[in-house]
Design a protein around this ligand. Sequence first.
Ligand code: ADP
Length: 490
Amino acid sequence: MIIVHAGSEVVPFSKTGGLADVLGALPVSLGKKGHDVIIVSPLYKSVAEKFSPEKQAVSFNIKLNDQTLPADIYSIQINDRTTAYFIGNDALFLRDGLYVDKNGIDYSDNSKRFIFFSRAVLELLKKLNIKPDVIHAHDWQSGLVPIYMKTLYKEYFKGTASVFTIHNIGYQGIFWHLDMPLTGLGWEYFSSDYLEFYGKLSLLKTGIVFADAVTTVSPTYSREILTPEFGYRMDGVLKTRQHDLFGILNGVDYEQWDPEHDRFIPHQYGSDTIDLKHDNKTTLNRMFNLDNSDAPTIGMITRLAQQKGIDLVFEAMGRIMSMGFKFVLLGSGDKPYEEKIKDIAHRYNGRMSVKIGFDNSLAHLIEAGSDIFLMPSVYEPCGLNQMYSLKYGTVPVVRSTGGLNDTVIEYNPSSEKGNGFKFKDQNPDQMLAALKKAMDVYDDKERWQRLIKACMAFDFSWDRSAADYELLYKAYAIKSYLHGQRSTAA
Ligand code: ADP
Protein backbone atom coordinates (compact mmCIF):
# COMPACT_ATOMS: atom_id res chain seq x y z
CA MET A 1 0.00 0.00 0.00
CA ILE A 2 0.91 3.64 -0.28
CA ILE A 3 0.28 5.15 3.15
CA VAL A 4 0.49 8.84 4.00
CA HIS A 5 0.77 10.15 7.56
CA ALA A 6 -0.11 13.78 8.21
CA GLY A 7 0.89 15.16 11.60
CA SER A 8 2.21 18.25 13.30
CA GLU A 9 5.24 16.71 15.03
CA VAL A 10 7.59 13.88 14.18
CA VAL A 11 10.63 12.51 15.99
CA PRO A 12 13.49 13.35 15.42
CA PHE A 13 12.46 16.56 13.67
CA SER A 14 10.01 18.07 16.15
CA LYS A 15 8.44 17.02 19.42
CA THR A 16 6.26 18.24 22.24
CA GLY A 17 4.74 14.89 23.24
CA GLY A 18 3.79 11.33 22.40
CA LEU A 19 2.36 12.14 18.96
CA ALA A 20 5.90 12.85 17.78
CA ASP A 21 7.11 9.47 19.06
CA VAL A 22 4.31 7.72 17.20
CA LEU A 23 5.01 9.52 13.93
CA GLY A 24 8.71 8.80 14.31
CA ALA A 25 8.16 5.07 14.64
CA LEU A 26 4.90 3.83 13.10
CA PRO A 27 5.73 4.90 9.52
CA VAL A 28 9.12 3.20 9.71
CA SER A 29 7.49 0.00 11.03
CA LEU A 30 4.99 0.08 8.18
CA GLY A 31 7.85 0.58 5.75
CA LYS A 32 9.52 -2.54 7.14
CA LYS A 33 6.34 -4.44 6.34
CA GLY A 34 6.79 -3.53 2.68
CA HIS A 35 4.56 -0.45 2.34
CA ASP A 36 5.59 2.86 0.83
CA VAL A 37 5.14 5.49 3.49
CA ILE A 38 5.10 9.27 3.30
CA ILE A 39 5.05 11.55 6.32
CA VAL A 40 3.95 15.16 5.91
CA SER A 41 4.64 17.72 8.62
CA PRO A 42 5.30 21.48 8.88
CA LEU A 43 8.76 22.93 8.33
CA TYR A 44 9.36 24.49 11.74
CA LYS A 45 12.40 26.60 12.45
CA SER A 46 14.11 23.75 14.32
CA VAL A 47 13.62 21.38 11.36
CA ALA A 48 15.01 23.90 8.86
CA GLU A 49 18.01 24.72 11.04
CA LYS A 50 18.99 21.33 12.42
CA PHE A 51 18.15 18.92 9.62
CA SER A 52 18.73 20.86 6.40
CA PRO A 53 16.00 19.14 4.39
CA GLU A 54 16.29 19.25 0.62
CA LYS A 55 14.18 21.83 -1.20
CA GLN A 56 11.97 20.23 -3.83
CA ALA A 57 11.07 21.62 -7.23
CA VAL A 58 7.38 21.49 -6.41
CA SER A 59 5.71 24.48 -4.75
CA PHE A 60 2.18 25.85 -4.79
CA ASN A 61 -0.17 28.42 -3.30
CA ILE A 62 -3.06 27.84 -0.95
CA LYS A 63 -5.91 30.31 -0.86
CA LEU A 64 -7.21 30.97 2.64
CA ASN A 65 -10.12 33.37 2.55
CA ASP A 66 -8.73 36.56 0.96
CA GLN A 67 -5.07 35.59 1.31
CA THR A 68 -2.91 33.52 -1.02
CA LEU A 69 -0.18 31.75 0.93
CA PRO A 70 2.82 30.03 -0.67
CA ALA A 71 3.92 26.52 0.28
CA ASP A 72 7.51 25.46 -0.36
CA ILE A 73 8.24 21.78 -0.13
CA TYR A 74 11.26 20.16 1.47
CA SER A 75 12.04 16.52 2.03
CA ILE A 76 14.26 14.03 3.81
CA GLN A 77 14.55 10.40 2.74
CA ILE A 78 14.30 8.42 5.99
CA ASN A 79 14.96 5.05 4.37
CA ASP A 80 14.20 3.45 1.02
CA ARG A 81 10.52 3.02 1.94
CA THR A 82 9.87 6.16 3.99
CA THR A 83 10.04 9.81 2.97
CA ALA A 84 9.29 12.85 5.11
CA TYR A 85 7.95 15.94 3.36
CA PHE A 86 7.89 19.28 5.10
CA ILE A 87 5.47 22.06 4.23
CA GLY A 88 7.30 25.36 4.36
CA ASN A 89 5.73 28.74 4.89
CA ASP A 90 8.08 31.06 6.78
CA ALA A 91 5.38 33.37 8.13
CA LEU A 92 3.38 30.48 9.59
CA PHE A 93 5.94 27.93 10.72
CA LEU A 94 9.39 29.47 11.08
CA ARG A 95 8.99 30.12 14.80
CA ASP A 96 10.66 28.88 17.97
CA GLY A 97 7.62 27.03 19.33
CA LEU A 98 5.38 24.52 17.61
CA TYR A 99 2.05 25.75 18.98
CA VAL A 100 2.85 28.27 21.72
CA ASP A 101 5.09 31.30 22.18
CA LYS A 102 7.84 31.57 24.76
CA ASN A 103 5.31 32.48 27.46
CA GLY A 104 3.35 29.32 26.80
CA ILE A 105 0.51 31.21 25.09
CA ASP A 106 -1.10 29.62 21.99
CA TYR A 107 -0.16 31.41 18.78
CA SER A 108 -3.17 33.52 17.85
CA ASP A 109 -3.13 32.24 14.27
CA ASN A 110 -3.07 28.51 15.03
CA SER A 111 -6.29 27.92 13.12
CA LYS A 112 -4.82 29.51 10.01
CA ARG A 113 -1.54 27.62 10.42
CA PHE A 114 -3.12 24.20 10.60
CA ILE A 115 -5.97 24.75 8.15
CA PHE A 116 -3.21 25.74 5.74
CA PHE A 117 -1.24 22.63 6.70
CA SER A 118 -4.19 20.25 6.20
CA ARG A 119 -4.90 21.64 2.76
CA ALA A 120 -1.24 21.65 1.81
CA VAL A 121 -0.93 17.93 2.61
CA LEU A 122 -3.51 17.08 -0.05
CA GLU A 123 -2.32 19.66 -2.53
CA LEU A 124 1.19 18.25 -2.23
CA LEU A 125 0.05 14.69 -2.96
CA LYS A 126 -1.87 15.93 -5.95
CA LYS A 127 1.10 17.90 -7.25
CA LEU A 128 3.32 14.84 -6.81
CA ASN A 129 0.70 12.74 -8.58
CA ILE A 130 0.46 10.31 -5.66
CA LYS A 131 -2.83 8.55 -5.03
CA PRO A 132 -2.39 6.79 -1.69
CA ASP A 133 -4.42 3.85 -0.45
CA VAL A 134 -4.73 5.51 2.93
CA ILE A 135 -4.20 8.96 4.37
CA HIS A 136 -3.80 8.78 8.12
CA ALA A 137 -4.26 12.16 9.83
CA HIS A 138 -3.36 12.77 13.45
CA ASP A 139 -4.95 15.09 16.01
CA TRP A 140 -6.72 18.40 15.46
CA GLN A 141 -3.80 19.94 13.60
CA SER A 142 -4.58 17.58 10.70
CA GLY A 143 -8.28 17.41 11.46
CA LEU A 144 -9.47 18.91 8.19
CA VAL A 145 -7.68 16.38 6.00
CA PRO A 146 -10.62 13.92 5.98
CA ILE A 147 -13.24 16.55 5.12
CA TYR A 148 -11.12 17.97 2.32
CA MET A 149 -10.79 14.46 0.90
CA LYS A 150 -14.56 14.34 0.71
CA THR A 151 -15.14 17.90 -0.55
CA LEU A 152 -12.52 20.12 -2.20
CA TYR A 153 -10.36 17.15 -3.24
CA LYS A 154 -13.14 14.60 -3.66
CA GLU A 155 -12.46 13.69 -7.25
CA TYR A 156 -8.74 13.12 -6.81
CA PHE A 157 -8.96 11.08 -3.57
CA LYS A 158 -12.14 9.12 -4.25
CA GLY A 159 -10.34 5.76 -3.98
CA THR A 160 -8.36 6.71 -0.88
CA ALA A 161 -9.39 5.85 2.68
CA SER A 162 -8.98 8.31 5.53
CA VAL A 163 -8.03 7.32 9.06
CA PHE A 164 -8.01 9.85 11.89
CA THR A 165 -6.28 9.24 15.20
CA ILE A 166 -7.11 11.01 18.44
CA HIS A 167 -3.97 11.11 20.55
CA ASN A 168 -5.60 13.18 23.27
CA ILE A 169 -9.24 14.21 23.31
CA GLY A 170 -8.45 17.13 25.63
CA TYR A 171 -6.98 19.06 22.69
CA GLN A 172 -9.82 19.82 20.31
CA GLY A 173 -8.57 22.59 18.02
CA ILE A 174 -11.42 24.93 18.92
CA PHE A 175 -11.54 28.34 17.25
CA TRP A 176 -14.17 31.03 16.93
CA HIS A 177 -16.76 30.70 14.20
CA LEU A 178 -15.33 33.59 12.20
CA ASP A 179 -12.40 31.37 11.24
CA MET A 180 -14.85 29.34 9.16
CA PRO A 181 -14.05 31.22 5.89
CA LEU A 182 -10.40 30.17 6.29
CA THR A 183 -11.45 26.58 5.68
CA GLY A 184 -12.66 27.32 2.14
CA LEU A 185 -15.82 25.37 2.97
CA GLY A 186 -19.28 26.90 2.79
CA TRP A 187 -21.24 27.99 5.87
CA GLU A 188 -23.55 25.01 5.30
CA TYR A 189 -20.81 22.93 6.93
CA PHE A 190 -20.99 25.05 10.07
CA SER A 191 -23.69 22.88 11.61
CA SER A 192 -23.78 20.51 14.53
CA ASP A 193 -23.55 17.52 12.19
CA TYR A 194 -20.26 18.78 10.79
CA LEU A 195 -17.73 21.38 11.96
CA GLU A 196 -19.68 23.33 14.54
CA PHE A 197 -19.09 22.52 18.19
CA TYR A 198 -20.93 24.50 20.85
CA GLY A 199 -21.01 27.60 18.63
CA LYS A 200 -17.35 27.31 17.64
CA LEU A 201 -15.31 25.55 15.03
CA SER A 202 -13.59 22.32 16.15
CA LEU A 203 -10.95 20.80 13.92
CA LEU A 204 -10.84 17.65 16.05
CA LYS A 205 -14.57 17.11 15.73
CA THR A 206 -14.29 17.55 11.97
CA GLY A 207 -11.71 14.78 11.82
CA ILE A 208 -13.94 12.49 13.88
CA VAL A 209 -17.01 13.17 11.75
CA PHE A 210 -15.43 12.86 8.32
CA ALA A 211 -12.75 10.17 8.60
CA ASP A 212 -13.63 6.71 7.32
CA ALA A 213 -12.11 5.17 10.44
CA VAL A 214 -11.30 6.83 13.76
CA THR A 215 -8.73 5.39 16.10
CA THR A 216 -7.26 6.22 19.44
CA VAL A 217 -4.14 5.01 21.12
CA SER A 218 -5.29 2.29 23.52
CA PRO A 219 -8.27 -0.03 23.86
CA THR A 220 -9.22 1.29 27.32
CA TYR A 221 -9.13 4.91 26.12
CA SER A 222 -11.31 4.02 23.12
CA ARG A 223 -14.00 2.99 25.61
CA GLU A 224 -13.38 5.82 28.09
CA ILE A 225 -13.83 8.60 25.52
CA LEU A 226 -17.38 7.42 24.90
CA THR A 227 -18.27 8.55 28.43
CA PRO A 228 -18.93 12.10 29.68
CA GLU A 229 -16.11 11.79 32.24
CA PHE A 230 -13.39 11.28 29.63
CA GLY A 231 -15.04 12.49 26.42
CA TYR A 232 -14.52 16.20 27.07
CA ARG A 233 -17.89 16.86 25.43
CA MET A 234 -16.92 14.83 22.33
CA ASP A 235 -18.54 11.62 23.67
CA GLY A 236 -21.78 12.32 21.82
CA VAL A 237 -20.02 12.82 18.49
CA LEU A 238 -17.87 9.76 19.10
CA LYS A 239 -20.91 7.62 19.80
CA THR A 240 -22.15 8.39 16.29
CA ARG A 241 -18.87 6.90 15.00
CA GLN A 242 -18.67 4.02 17.47
CA HIS A 243 -18.72 1.34 14.75
CA ASP A 244 -15.69 2.83 13.07
CA LEU A 245 -13.81 3.60 16.30
CA PHE A 246 -10.85 1.42 17.29
CA GLY A 247 -8.24 1.46 20.04
CA ILE A 248 -4.74 0.46 18.95
CA LEU A 249 -2.02 0.64 21.55
CA ASN A 250 1.05 2.69 20.69
CA GLY A 251 4.35 0.86 20.55
CA VAL A 252 7.80 1.71 21.75
CA ASP A 253 10.68 2.57 19.48
CA TYR A 254 13.30 0.29 21.02
CA GLU A 255 15.98 1.77 18.77
CA GLN A 256 15.58 4.87 20.93
CA TRP A 257 14.52 3.36 24.23
CA ASP A 258 16.60 0.33 25.18
CA PRO A 259 19.07 0.49 28.07
CA GLU A 260 21.31 -2.02 26.34
CA HIS A 261 22.32 0.47 23.66
CA ASP A 262 21.15 3.82 24.96
CA ARG A 263 23.77 6.43 24.10
CA PHE A 264 22.23 8.95 26.51
CA ILE A 265 23.03 6.95 29.64
CA PRO A 266 26.51 6.47 31.09
CA HIS A 267 26.13 2.76 31.90
CA GLN A 268 24.31 0.55 29.39
CA TYR A 269 22.67 -2.52 30.88
CA GLY A 270 20.37 -5.40 30.08
CA SER A 271 18.49 -7.95 32.16
CA ASP A 272 21.73 -9.93 32.68
CA THR A 273 23.61 -6.87 33.85
CA ILE A 274 21.00 -5.20 36.03
CA ASP A 275 23.65 -4.24 38.59
CA LEU A 276 24.78 -1.52 36.20
CA LYS A 277 21.40 0.15 36.60
CA HIS A 278 22.64 1.16 40.02
CA ASP A 279 25.55 3.07 38.49
CA ASN A 280 23.04 5.13 36.53
CA LYS A 281 21.26 5.85 39.80
CA THR A 282 24.53 7.21 41.17
CA THR A 283 24.89 9.49 38.14
CA LEU A 284 21.25 10.57 38.51
CA ASN A 285 21.88 11.44 42.17
CA ARG A 286 24.84 13.55 41.16
CA MET A 287 23.05 15.32 38.30
CA PHE A 288 20.07 16.10 40.50
CA ASN A 289 22.06 16.91 43.67
CA LEU A 290 20.43 14.12 45.61
CA ASP A 291 22.08 12.32 48.50
CA ASN A 292 23.67 9.03 47.52
CA SER A 293 21.58 6.82 49.80
CA ASP A 294 19.97 3.72 48.40
CA ALA A 295 16.44 4.98 49.16
CA PRO A 296 13.98 4.02 46.43
CA THR A 297 13.90 6.82 43.88
CA ILE A 298 10.69 7.85 42.16
CA GLY A 299 11.07 9.39 38.71
CA MET A 300 8.60 11.47 36.74
CA ILE A 301 8.99 12.90 33.22
CA THR A 302 5.93 14.82 32.29
CA ARG A 303 4.17 17.74 30.79
CA LEU A 304 3.18 19.84 33.77
CA ALA A 305 -0.51 19.83 32.98
CA GLN A 306 -3.60 19.03 35.01
CA GLN A 307 -4.09 15.86 32.93
CA LYS A 308 -0.93 14.34 34.33
CA GLY A 309 -2.17 14.23 37.93
CA ILE A 310 0.29 16.83 39.19
CA ASP A 311 -2.21 18.04 41.81
CA LEU A 312 -2.21 14.60 43.36
CA VAL A 313 1.58 14.71 43.59
CA PHE A 314 1.43 18.11 45.29
CA GLU A 315 -1.08 16.81 47.78
CA ALA A 316 0.91 13.71 48.60
CA MET A 317 4.47 15.04 48.47
CA GLY A 318 4.90 15.53 52.20
CA ARG A 319 3.88 11.95 52.87
CA ILE A 320 5.96 10.60 49.97
CA MET A 321 9.00 12.21 51.56
CA SER A 322 8.21 10.98 55.05
CA MET A 323 7.88 7.43 53.70
CA GLY A 324 11.57 7.67 52.77
CA PHE A 325 11.48 7.97 48.98
CA LYS A 326 13.69 10.19 46.88
CA PHE A 327 12.00 11.99 44.03
CA VAL A 328 13.16 13.45 40.70
CA LEU A 329 10.99 15.24 38.21
CA LEU A 330 11.71 16.56 34.74
CA GLY A 331 8.89 18.57 33.26
CA SER A 332 7.63 21.71 31.67
CA GLY A 333 4.26 23.21 30.97
CA ASP A 334 1.84 25.35 32.94
CA LYS A 335 3.74 28.12 34.73
CA PRO A 336 1.88 27.85 38.08
CA TYR A 337 2.73 24.14 38.22
CA GLU A 338 6.36 24.86 37.36
CA GLU A 339 6.62 27.43 40.17
CA LYS A 340 4.89 25.27 42.74
CA ILE A 341 6.89 22.11 42.10
CA LYS A 342 10.17 24.07 42.29
CA ASP A 343 8.98 25.54 45.53
CA ILE A 344 8.18 22.14 47.03
CA ALA A 345 11.55 20.74 45.89
CA HIS A 346 13.38 23.46 47.86
CA ARG A 347 11.81 22.15 51.03
CA TYR A 348 13.32 18.71 50.56
CA ASN A 349 16.84 19.54 49.51
CA GLY A 350 18.93 16.45 48.82
CA ARG A 351 15.93 14.14 48.55
CA MET A 352 13.76 15.81 45.99
CA SER A 353 14.94 17.57 42.88
CA VAL A 354 13.17 19.12 39.91
CA LYS A 355 14.37 20.26 36.53
CA ILE A 356 12.07 22.48 34.50
CA GLY A 357 12.55 22.09 30.78
CA PHE A 358 12.38 19.63 27.93
CA ASP A 359 15.51 17.49 27.84
CA ASN A 360 15.55 14.19 26.00
CA SER A 361 18.92 12.98 27.28
CA LEU A 362 17.93 13.69 30.87
CA ALA A 363 14.68 11.81 30.25
CA HIS A 364 16.72 8.73 29.33
CA LEU A 365 18.86 9.08 32.46
CA ILE A 366 15.78 9.32 34.68
CA GLU A 367 14.38 6.15 33.12
CA ALA A 368 17.67 4.37 33.75
CA GLY A 369 18.47 5.76 37.19
CA SER A 370 15.09 5.69 38.95
CA ASP A 371 13.65 2.66 40.73
CA ILE A 372 9.99 3.54 40.37
CA PHE A 373 8.22 5.58 37.69
CA LEU A 374 5.12 7.46 38.78
CA MET A 375 2.23 8.30 36.43
CA PRO A 376 -0.82 9.39 38.44
CA SER A 377 -2.61 10.73 35.34
CA VAL A 378 -6.19 11.98 35.51
CA TYR A 379 -6.46 10.43 32.06
CA GLU A 380 -3.82 8.93 29.79
CA PRO A 381 -4.71 8.03 26.21
CA CYS A 382 -1.75 5.66 25.93
CA GLY A 383 1.26 6.97 27.78
CA LEU A 384 4.72 6.03 26.64
CA ASN A 385 6.86 6.51 29.68
CA GLN A 386 5.38 3.56 31.55
CA MET A 387 6.39 1.34 28.62
CA TYR A 388 9.87 2.87 28.49
CA SER A 389 10.10 2.33 32.25
CA LEU A 390 9.37 -1.37 31.90
CA LYS A 391 12.21 -1.75 29.43
CA TYR A 392 14.54 0.09 31.82
CA GLY A 393 13.50 -2.06 34.78
CA THR A 394 11.95 0.96 36.47
CA VAL A 395 8.77 -0.26 38.06
CA PRO A 396 5.68 1.76 37.07
CA VAL A 397 3.17 2.98 39.65
CA VAL A 398 0.19 4.30 37.73
CA ARG A 399 -3.44 5.26 37.93
CA SER A 400 -5.42 2.62 36.07
CA THR A 401 -6.70 4.71 33.22
CA GLY A 402 -6.34 4.56 29.41
CA GLY A 403 -3.15 2.98 28.14
CA LEU A 404 -1.73 2.79 31.66
CA ASN A 405 -4.46 0.30 32.42
CA ASP A 406 -3.67 -1.70 29.28
CA THR A 407 0.07 -1.95 29.82
CA VAL A 408 0.60 -2.19 33.58
CA ILE A 409 -0.43 -5.44 35.26
CA GLU A 410 -0.81 -5.35 39.03
CA TYR A 411 2.01 -7.20 40.75
CA ASN A 412 0.85 -10.16 42.76
CA PRO A 413 3.21 -10.86 45.68
CA SER A 414 2.18 -14.55 45.90
CA SER A 415 2.51 -15.54 42.26
CA GLU A 416 5.08 -12.79 41.51
CA LYS A 417 3.16 -12.15 38.28
CA GLY A 418 2.64 -8.59 37.06
CA ASN A 419 4.85 -5.64 36.24
CA GLY A 420 3.82 -2.72 38.41
CA PHE A 421 1.33 -1.19 40.79
CA LYS A 422 -1.97 0.49 40.01
CA PHE A 423 -4.48 2.60 41.86
CA LYS A 424 -8.00 3.39 40.82
CA ASP A 425 -9.18 6.76 42.00
CA GLN A 426 -7.64 10.22 41.94
CA ASN A 427 -7.01 10.02 45.59
CA PRO A 428 -3.68 10.59 47.39
CA ASP A 429 -4.29 7.77 49.87
CA GLN A 430 -4.72 5.26 47.06
CA MET A 431 -1.61 6.54 45.31
CA LEU A 432 0.42 6.33 48.52
CA ALA A 433 -0.86 2.80 49.15
CA ALA A 434 0.38 1.75 45.68
CA LEU A 435 3.75 3.40 46.35
CA LYS A 436 3.93 1.62 49.70
CA LYS A 437 3.37 -1.72 47.99
CA ALA A 438 6.22 -0.92 45.64
CA MET A 439 8.45 0.06 48.56
CA ASP A 440 7.72 -3.19 50.37
CA VAL A 441 8.90 -5.18 47.38
CA TYR A 442 11.89 -2.86 46.96
CA ASP A 443 12.97 -3.65 50.52
CA ASP A 444 13.22 -7.33 49.61
CA LYS A 445 16.20 -7.08 47.26
CA GLU A 446 15.88 -10.47 45.61
CA ARG A 447 12.20 -10.11 45.00
CA TRP A 448 12.78 -6.64 43.54
CA GLN A 449 15.42 -8.02 41.17
CA ARG A 450 12.96 -10.61 39.93
CA LEU A 451 10.30 -7.95 39.45
CA ILE A 452 12.73 -5.75 37.50
CA LYS A 453 13.62 -8.69 35.27
CA ALA A 454 9.95 -9.44 34.66
CA CYS A 455 9.38 -5.78 33.72
CA MET A 456 12.28 -5.80 31.27
CA ALA A 457 10.89 -8.87 29.52
CA PHE A 458 7.70 -7.09 28.42
CA ASP A 459 7.66 -6.29 24.73
CA PHE A 460 5.66 -3.38 23.36
CA SER A 461 7.48 -3.04 20.06
CA TRP A 462 5.78 -1.24 17.20
CA ASP A 463 5.70 -4.37 15.14
CA ARG A 464 2.49 -5.60 16.74
CA SER A 465 0.72 -2.24 16.68
CA ALA A 466 1.79 -1.64 13.09
CA ALA A 467 0.27 -5.01 12.17
CA ASP A 468 -3.06 -3.84 13.66
CA TYR A 469 -2.93 -0.59 11.69
CA GLU A 470 -2.09 -2.59 8.58
CA LEU A 471 -5.26 -4.65 9.00
CA LEU A 472 -7.34 -1.54 9.55
CA TYR A 473 -5.84 0.21 6.51
CA LYS A 474 -6.53 -2.82 4.33
CA ALA A 475 -10.14 -3.08 5.43
CA TYR A 476 -10.89 0.60 4.85
CA ALA A 477 -8.75 0.91 1.70
CA ILE A 478 -10.73 -1.89 0.08
CA LYS A 479 -14.00 -0.14 0.97
CA SER A 480 -12.78 3.17 -0.43
CA TYR A 481 -11.48 1.54 -3.55
CA LEU A 482 -14.80 -0.14 -4.22
CA HIS A 483 -16.78 3.02 -3.45
CA GLY A 484 -14.43 4.91 -5.79
CA GLN A 485 -15.06 2.38 -8.56
CA ARG A 486 -18.78 2.67 -8.03
CA SER A 487 -18.77 6.47 -8.23
CA THR A 488 -16.64 6.35 -11.38
CA ALA A 489 -19.12 3.93 -12.99
CA ALA A 490 -22.02 6.20 -12.00
P1 ADP B 1 1.95 13.20 26.26
O1 ADP B 1 2.01 13.04 24.79
O2 ADP B 1 0.57 13.32 26.82
O3 ADP B 1 2.84 14.31 26.78
P2 ADP B 1 3.17 10.56 26.42
O4 ADP B 1 3.55 9.72 27.58
O5 ADP B 1 2.33 9.93 25.37
O6 ADP B 1 2.51 11.88 26.98
O7 ADP B 1 4.50 11.05 25.71
C1 ADP B 1 5.35 11.97 26.30
C2 ADP B 1 6.68 11.90 25.60
O8 ADP B 1 7.37 13.14 25.81
C3 ADP B 1 7.57 10.83 26.17
O9 ADP B 1 8.47 10.40 25.18
C4 ADP B 1 8.31 11.59 27.28
O10 ADP B 1 9.54 11.00 27.62
C5 ADP B 1 8.50 12.92 26.63
N1 ADP B 1 8.60 14.05 27.57
C6 ADP B 1 7.60 14.64 28.26
N2 ADP B 1 8.08 15.68 28.99
C7 ADP B 1 9.40 15.72 28.74
C8 ADP B 1 10.45 16.59 29.20
N3 ADP B 1 10.23 17.58 30.04
N4 ADP B 1 11.71 16.36 28.74
C9 ADP B 1 11.94 15.34 27.88
N5 ADP B 1 11.00 14.50 27.42
C10 ADP B 1 9.74 14.69 27.84
